[in-house]
Write a protein that binds this ligand. Structure first.
Ligand SMILES: Cc1cc2nc3c(=O)[nH]c(=O)nc-3n(C[C@H](O)[C@H](O)[C@H](O)COP(=O)(O)O)c2cc1C
Length: 198
């Protein structure tokens, strides 16, 4: 596929199955992630590649984070207690999340103090890593979906992954093989998104 076709036809594939990227293809994805625009060459990001037993580890971390969250909420709001039924349902839901694909790359920041490069720019560059890896995955015939959700902003999850304080998860890139050929979505109009100064 030509680069321009990839750019104009990119779309997410939420339903993913085995196989995950091979070791060789994974190195290509990671290399694409490293190739993004990067002010001052800070490389202010980190990638966790999660597959196999690692998915269960992430699932356990999600359950722990959700348990902590519920306990905090119940403690903070006077007169509330943990609703057992809702809690069981929620735990089952979060526990399943990592198994939506055979591989997840967690793309997080590793902010670096720099007088010309604010954190905002470093976060944008980190987001570019997720995009680049998604595009690389498509070009190699895999499917991918960029997700966040509450757990991307959860301190227990960030700590469990070893993020240093104050850093951010830009996304969980779910990668695998699409279960069916995607129905190509129509292009979005750019007319009301562009201003021309001529
Ligand atoms: C930072 C970021 C976080 C996202 N988080 C989620 C998410 O948690 N759940 C979700 O369904 N889509 C999420 N999306 C959107 C999907 O990745 C996807 O772009 C969207 O479903 C539209 O589909 P498309 O990529 O085929 O246009 C997120 C996108 C970005 C850029």
């Amino acid at each position: 596929m030509k680069a321009i076709e990839l750019l104009l036809q990119r779309q997410s594939t939420p339903v993913l199955t085995e196989p995950a990227p091979s070791d060789t293809d994974l190195t290509t994805l990671l290399a694409a992630g490293m190739r993004v625009p990067d002010h001052a060459g800070l490389k202010p990001w980190h990638f966790h590649v999660i597959s196999g037993q690692g998915l269960q580890r992430l699932s356990d971390l999600y359950v722990e984070a959700t348990t902590n969250d519920m306990a905090i909420k119940a403690g903070l709001i006077e007169g509330t207690s943990i609703d057992e039924h809702a809690s069981i349902e929620k735990m089952a839901k979060v526990a399943k999340m990592p198994f939506r694909a055979p591989m997840i790359i967690v793309i997080s920041t590793k902010y670096i103090e720099h007088n010309k490069v604010p954190q905002q720019e470093q976060l944008v560059a980190t987001g570019c890593c997720a995009h680049a890896m998604q595009m690389a995955a498509f070009s190699l015939g895999y499917g991918a979906m960029w997700r966040t959700g509450d757990l991307a902003y959860n301190e227990t999850v960030k700590q469990g992954l070893g993020l240093e304080e104050g850093n951010d998860i830009a996304g969980f890139l779910y990668i695998g093989t699409p279960t069916k050929a995607p129905h190509i979505k129509p292009a979005k109009s750019y007319q009301d998104k562009v201003t021309y100064w001529e």
